[in-house]
Design a protein around this ligand. Structure first.
Ligand SMILES: Cc1cc2nc3c(=O)[nH]c(=O)nc-3n(C[C@H](O)[C@H](O)[C@H](O)COP(=O)(O)O)c2cc1C
Length: 244
Protein backbone atom coordinates (compact mmCIF):
# COMPACT_ATOMS: atom_id res chain seq x y z
CA UNK A 1 0.00 0.00 0.00
CA UNK A 2 1.23 3.54 -0.83
CA UNK A 3 1.55 6.33 1.70
CA UNK A 4 -1.66 7.85 3.02
CA UNK A 5 -2.24 11.28 1.51
CA UNK A 6 -3.02 14.25 3.75
CA UNK A 7 -4.22 17.58 2.36
CA UNK A 8 -3.92 20.40 4.90
CA UNK A 9 -5.50 23.79 4.22
CA UNK A 10 -4.45 26.63 6.53
CA UNK A 11 -6.77 29.63 6.15
CA UNK A 12 -5.09 31.91 8.68
CA UNK A 13 -4.01 35.24 7.16
CA UNK A 14 -1.05 34.93 9.57
CA UNK A 15 -0.05 31.77 7.70
CA UNK A 16 3.00 29.99 9.19
CA UNK A 17 3.44 32.62 11.92
CA UNK A 18 -0.06 32.36 13.38
CA UNK A 19 -1.49 30.55 16.40
CA UNK A 20 -3.24 28.07 14.12
CA UNK A 21 0.11 27.06 12.60
CA UNK A 22 1.48 26.53 16.12
CA UNK A 23 -1.02 23.68 16.55
CA UNK A 24 -1.33 22.57 12.92
CA UNK A 25 2.39 22.20 12.19
CA UNK A 26 3.25 19.74 14.99
CA UNK A 27 0.02 17.86 14.14
CA UNK A 28 1.24 17.47 10.54
CA UNK A 29 4.71 16.48 11.79
CA UNK A 30 3.08 13.70 13.83
CA UNK A 31 1.29 12.49 10.71
CA UNK A 32 4.49 12.59 8.65
CA UNK A 33 6.32 10.71 11.39
CA UNK A 34 3.69 7.99 11.09
CA UNK A 35 4.32 7.72 7.34
CA UNK A 36 1.80 10.14 5.80
CA UNK A 37 2.50 12.22 2.70
CA UNK A 38 1.44 15.75 3.63
CA UNK A 39 0.59 18.67 1.32
CA UNK A 40 0.12 21.98 3.13
CA UNK A 41 -1.48 25.01 1.46
CA UNK A 42 -1.90 28.55 2.79
CA UNK A 43 -5.05 29.99 1.25
CA UNK A 44 -3.71 33.54 1.57
CA UNK A 45 -0.96 32.67 -0.93
CA UNK A 46 -3.41 31.27 -3.48
CA UNK A 47 -5.82 32.90 -5.88
CA UNK A 48 -9.24 31.46 -5.17
CA UNK A 49 -11.98 33.73 -6.44
CA UNK A 50 -15.48 33.70 -4.95
CA UNK A 51 -18.08 31.31 -6.36
CA UNK A 52 -20.39 33.25 -8.68
CA UNK A 53 -23.28 30.80 -8.23
CA UNK A 54 -23.69 30.05 -11.95
CA UNK A 55 -23.84 26.32 -11.06
CA UNK A 56 -22.40 25.51 -14.48
CA UNK A 57 -20.18 22.98 -12.62
CA UNK A 58 -23.42 21.01 -12.10
CA UNK A 59 -25.11 21.46 -15.46
CA UNK A 60 -23.04 22.78 -18.41
CA UNK A 61 -19.57 21.45 -17.52
CA UNK A 62 -20.28 18.76 -14.87
CA UNK A 63 -17.49 18.60 -12.29
CA UNK A 64 -15.63 21.61 -13.69
CA UNK A 65 -15.82 25.21 -12.53
CA UNK A 66 -15.82 27.91 -15.21
CA UNK A 67 -13.32 30.00 -13.16
CA UNK A 68 -9.62 29.31 -13.87
CA UNK A 69 -7.48 29.85 -10.77
CA UNK A 70 -5.63 27.85 -8.10
CA UNK A 71 -8.72 25.79 -7.34
CA UNK A 72 -7.79 23.83 -10.49
CA UNK A 73 -4.83 22.43 -8.53
CA UNK A 74 -6.75 21.84 -5.32
CA UNK A 75 -9.84 19.96 -6.52
CA UNK A 76 -7.89 16.86 -7.65
CA UNK A 77 -6.01 16.97 -4.32
CA UNK A 78 -9.33 16.99 -2.44
CA UNK A 79 -10.40 13.96 -4.45
CA UNK A 80 -7.19 12.04 -3.73
CA UNK A 81 -6.75 12.94 -0.07
CA UNK A 82 -7.25 10.20 2.52
CA UNK A 83 -7.39 12.90 5.18
CA UNK A 84 -8.31 16.55 4.69
CA UNK A 85 -7.32 18.92 7.49
CA UNK A 86 -9.22 22.19 7.59
CA UNK A 87 -7.14 24.56 9.72
CA UNK A 88 -8.66 27.92 10.55
CA UNK A 89 -8.72 30.58 13.22
CA UNK A 90 -12.21 31.25 14.59
CA UNK A 91 -13.57 34.43 12.98
CA UNK A 92 -16.94 35.76 14.07
CA UNK A 93 -17.72 32.32 15.50
CA UNK A 94 -16.99 30.56 12.20
CA UNK A 95 -14.28 29.85 9.64
CA UNK A 96 -12.35 32.69 8.01
CA UNK A 97 -13.60 34.31 4.82
CA UNK A 98 -10.69 32.71 2.96
CA UNK A 99 -11.81 29.26 4.11
CA UNK A 100 -15.43 29.92 3.23
CA UNK A 101 -14.49 31.06 -0.27
CA UNK A 102 -12.50 27.85 -0.68
CA UNK A 103 -15.44 25.74 0.55
CA UNK A 104 -17.90 27.41 -1.81
CA UNK A 105 -15.56 26.60 -4.68
CA UNK A 106 -15.72 22.89 -3.75
CA UNK A 107 -19.22 22.84 -5.29
CA UNK A 108 -18.00 21.00 -8.46
CA UNK A 109 -17.43 17.90 -6.33
CA UNK A 110 -21.21 17.56 -5.96
CA UNK A 111 -24.04 16.75 -8.35
CA UNK A 112 -27.38 18.59 -8.64
CA UNK A 113 -29.47 15.51 -7.80
CA UNK A 114 -30.82 14.97 -4.30
CA UNK A 115 -30.55 11.94 -2.05
CA UNK A 116 -31.56 11.28 1.52
CA UNK A 117 -28.77 10.79 4.09
CA UNK A 118 -29.86 10.10 7.69
CA UNK A 119 -33.31 11.43 6.89
CA UNK A 120 -32.00 14.67 5.35
CA UNK A 121 -31.73 15.77 1.74
CA UNK A 122 -28.18 16.21 0.40
CA UNK A 123 -26.46 16.39 -2.95
CA UNK A 124 -24.57 13.28 -4.10
CA UNK A 125 -20.82 13.63 -4.63
CA UNK A 126 -19.01 12.72 -7.83
CA UNK A 127 -17.26 9.40 -8.30
CA UNK A 128 -14.01 9.10 -6.36
CA UNK A 129 -14.78 11.76 -3.72
CA UNK A 130 -16.75 9.79 -1.12
CA UNK A 131 -13.95 8.39 1.03
CA UNK A 132 -11.55 9.27 3.79
CA UNK A 133 -11.60 11.54 6.79
CA UNK A 134 -11.94 15.22 7.63
CA UNK A 135 -10.27 16.85 10.63
CA UNK A 136 -10.61 20.39 12.00
CA UNK A 137 -7.75 22.34 13.58
CA UNK A 138 -8.74 25.66 15.07
CA UNK A 139 -7.60 28.34 17.48
CA UNK A 140 -9.57 31.18 18.97
CA UNK A 141 -9.03 34.23 21.13
CA UNK A 142 -11.70 33.74 23.78
CA UNK A 143 -11.03 31.56 26.79
CA UNK A 144 -13.81 29.00 26.57
CA UNK A 145 -13.83 25.93 24.32
CA UNK A 146 -17.59 26.37 23.85
CA UNK A 147 -16.78 29.19 21.40
CA UNK A 148 -15.93 26.51 18.81
CA UNK A 149 -19.42 24.93 18.94
CA UNK A 150 -20.98 26.73 15.92
CA UNK A 151 -17.92 25.98 13.80
CA UNK A 152 -17.83 22.36 14.94
CA UNK A 153 -21.45 21.91 13.84
CA UNK A 154 -20.60 23.53 10.52
CA UNK A 155 -17.57 21.29 9.93
CA UNK A 156 -19.50 18.13 10.81
CA UNK A 157 -22.11 19.12 8.21
CA UNK A 158 -19.34 19.81 5.68
CA UNK A 159 -17.92 16.32 6.35
CA UNK A 160 -21.36 14.82 5.66
CA UNK A 161 -21.69 16.89 2.48
CA UNK A 162 -18.31 15.56 1.34
CA UNK A 163 -19.18 12.00 2.48
CA UNK A 164 -16.12 11.93 4.71
CA UNK A 165 -15.89 10.70 8.27
CA UNK A 166 -15.53 13.59 10.73
CA UNK A 167 -12.48 12.34 12.63
CA UNK A 168 -12.36 15.02 15.34
CA UNK A 169 -10.93 18.44 16.09
CA UNK A 170 -7.82 19.96 17.66
CA UNK A 171 -9.16 23.06 19.38
CA UNK A 172 -6.97 25.62 21.11
CA UNK A 173 -8.94 28.37 22.89
CA UNK A 174 -7.21 31.38 24.47
CA UNK A 175 -4.60 31.14 21.73
CA UNK A 176 -3.81 34.84 22.03
CA UNK A 177 -2.14 34.03 25.36
CA UNK A 178 0.34 31.62 23.69
CA UNK A 179 2.77 34.38 22.70
CA UNK A 180 2.79 36.08 26.16
CA UNK A 181 3.04 32.68 27.86
CA UNK A 182 6.13 31.81 25.78
CA UNK A 183 7.55 35.27 26.58
CA UNK A 184 7.08 34.66 30.33
CA UNK A 185 8.50 31.12 29.98
CA UNK A 186 5.27 29.40 31.02
CA UNK A 187 5.80 25.75 30.01
CA UNK A 188 3.60 24.86 27.03
CA UNK A 189 5.64 22.03 25.51
CA UNK A 190 3.06 19.40 26.47
CA UNK A 191 0.47 21.26 24.34
CA UNK A 192 2.59 21.18 21.17
CA UNK A 193 3.72 17.61 21.89
CA UNK A 194 0.06 16.59 22.26
CA UNK A 195 -0.69 18.15 18.87
CA UNK A 196 2.08 15.98 17.39
CA UNK A 197 0.78 12.88 19.22
CA UNK A 198 -2.71 13.58 17.85
CA UNK A 199 -1.31 13.40 14.31
CA UNK A 200 0.46 10.15 15.03
CA UNK A 201 -2.61 8.65 16.71
CA UNK A 202 -4.85 9.56 13.79
CA UNK A 203 -2.54 7.76 11.36
CA UNK A 204 -1.83 4.75 13.56
CA UNK A 205 -5.15 4.23 15.40
CA UNK A 206 -7.54 5.93 12.97
CA UNK A 207 -8.62 8.32 15.74
CA UNK A 208 -7.25 10.81 18.26
CA UNK A 209 -7.39 10.10 21.98
CA UNK A 210 -9.68 12.33 24.08
CA UNK A 211 -6.89 12.99 26.61
CA UNK A 212 -4.53 14.10 23.82
CA UNK A 213 -7.09 16.60 22.50
CA UNK A 214 -7.78 17.81 26.05
CA UNK A 215 -4.06 18.56 26.48
CA UNK A 216 -4.02 20.58 23.23
CA UNK A 217 -6.83 22.73 24.64
CA UNK A 218 -5.75 22.80 28.28
CA UNK A 219 -5.87 25.94 30.41
CA UNK A 220 -2.55 27.62 31.18
CA UNK A 221 -3.72 30.91 32.70
CA UNK A 222 -6.90 31.29 34.77
CA UNK A 223 -9.71 33.33 33.18
CA UNK A 224 -9.33 36.31 35.54
CA UNK A 225 -5.63 36.58 34.69
CA UNK A 226 -6.31 36.38 30.94
CA UNK A 227 -8.87 39.19 31.19
CA UNK A 228 -6.61 41.32 33.35
CA UNK A 229 -3.54 40.80 31.11
CA UNK A 230 -5.47 41.50 27.90
CA UNK A 231 -7.04 44.66 29.27
CA UNK A 232 -3.73 45.96 30.60
CA UNK A 233 -2.01 45.24 27.25
CA UNK A 234 -4.65 46.96 25.12
CA UNK A 235 -5.06 49.90 27.53
CA UNK A 236 -1.35 50.59 27.22
CA UNK A 237 -1.56 50.61 23.41
CA UNK A 238 -4.70 52.76 23.33
CA UNK A 239 -3.46 55.23 25.95
CA UNK A 240 -0.38 55.77 23.78
CA UNK A 241 -2.46 56.31 20.62
CA UNK A 242 -4.77 58.74 22.42
CA UNK A 243 -1.86 60.75 23.85
CA UNK A 244 -0.31 61.27 20.38
C1 LIG B 1 -11.53 39.22 12.17
C2 LIG B 1 -11.30 38.38 13.41
C3 LIG B 1 -12.40 37.75 14.01
C4 LIG B 1 -12.20 36.98 15.15
N1 LIG B 1 -13.30 36.39 15.74
C5 LIG B 1 -13.14 35.64 16.87
C6 LIG B 1 -14.28 35.02 17.49
O1 LIG B 1 -15.41 35.12 17.03
N2 LIG B 1 -14.07 34.33 18.64
C7 LIG B 1 -12.82 34.18 19.18
O2 LIG B 1 -12.69 33.53 20.23
N3 LIG B 1 -11.72 34.72 18.59
C8 LIG B 1 -11.86 35.45 17.45
N4 LIG B 1 -10.75 36.00 16.82
C9 LIG B 1 -9.39 35.71 17.36
C10 LIG B 1 -8.70 34.60 16.56
O3 LIG B 1 -9.53 33.48 16.37
C11 LIG B 1 -7.43 34.12 17.29
O4 LIG B 1 -6.58 35.18 17.57
C12 LIG B 1 -6.71 33.05 16.50
O5 LIG B 1 -5.86 32.33 17.34
C13 LIG B 1 -5.88 33.65 15.34
O6 LIG B 1 -5.21 32.62 14.67
P1 LIG B 1 -3.98 32.92 13.69
O7 LIG B 1 -2.91 33.54 14.53
O8 LIG B 1 -3.60 31.59 13.16
O9 LIG B 1 -4.47 33.84 12.62
C14 LIG B 1 -10.90 36.80 15.70
C15 LIG B 1 -9.81 37.43 15.07
C16 LIG B 1 -10.01 38.22 13.95
C17 LIG B 1 -8.82 38.89 13.29
Amino acid sequence: MGKEKVLAINSSPNMGKGNTARILNPFLEGMKGAGAEVDLYYLRKLTIKPCIACLKCWTKTPGKCIIRDDMDELLPKIKDADIIVFATPLYWDGVTGLMKMFMDRMTPLGKPYLEIIDGRSRHPVREGYAHGKLVLVSTCGFFEEINFEPMLDHMKAVATNMRREFAGALLRPNAMSIEPAIHFKVPLDDIFEAAESAGRELMEDGKMAKETLATVGREFFPLEQVVEQANRYFKKILDKVESE
